[in-house]
Ligand binder design. Sequence first.
Ligand SMILES: [Mn+2]
Length: 372
Amino acid sequence: MMHMTMRWYGPDQDKITLKQIRQVPGMEGVITALHEIPAGEAWPEEKVRERKAIVEKAGLKLMGIESINVHEDIKYGGKNRDELIDNYIKSLEAVGKNDIHMVCYNFMPVFDWTRTDLALPLPDGSTALAYDGKIIEGLSAEEMFDRIANASNGFEMPGWELNRRDEITAQIKKFEGMTGDELRANYKYFLDAIMPTCEKYNIKMGVHPDDPSYDLFGLPRICKCEEDLVKIAEMNTSPCNGFSLCTGSLGSNPNNNLPKIIRNPKIAPRIYFAHVRNVLYTGDHQFHESSHVSHTGSLDLYEIMKALIEVGFNGLIRPDHGREIWDEIARPGYGLYDRALGATYLIGLEEAIRKGKGEAYPNDINSVTAKI
Ligand SMILES: [Mn+2]
């Protein structure tokens, strides 16, 4: 069976408590990160140990890291990349020594996830993250920053930290003219360097797809479709090189067939983490996030979960972004209520699919809630 988790931003940066997360039915653990440490710096082992102790004291497990961010100079192949990769390896060692075996990360140049609206009102009175390519076309990178910072309910959004705003145009310039293949060469250099450490500690690296899954601001993007994922799988064949399959990110492009991508034999055995959520297409390069329920969005989450079960996926899964509902004021995408609904919906789908196939469910339950 899959292991249900929720993302938690840590004691200082998340208003959702571990107590609340623990009370979500079927929840086993959290995925977290040391968001206070900037990309490029090494994570101290004791800081990871401290964070793990906080999570375990609340009756949950620290099951994975999201994310250890890759410094931009590694992505564009800067002179100091070896030093930065050494620091990344130190962070991996800190994680591995604390018996944590999955790290989610991305290799998107300059921009992490991108949305044009963090609180689009939906007909039912909820709000959701939304994207409209036409709005992006008219904005500078700095204007994008302000738009996100001003709409984030006071939370600092990963990848959109205010201290990055003034350097953003310079950062984009560094990638000017870079082709996908050149970016892939830098990516391979990074993977080749870190994989021996990942193997030593059995840390499964799950790269998160580009979000949204098409080109932005003229930057190369190399993790946005089935073909890209296959290239990444072939780039370094270590069993620790794999994917965080984010259905909402890949699903932002209607050309991506999620069940087909999951069943691709080059991809399936390398899925180490699943972000499962839904999006509703509203036009060309235009969508908003919806509830997780299949018929409220454009993706069929039943077919996605069925494909994951068919390929033998028993790894970490989490609901992804939720809408803001029931008057909750939260970090955009990361409120408690809609993600909790998403988690129980996914658990329900898994139970129904497995029992429908005559499988025992749960078959290896060690969920904290089951033990109560
Ligand atoms: Mn995701």
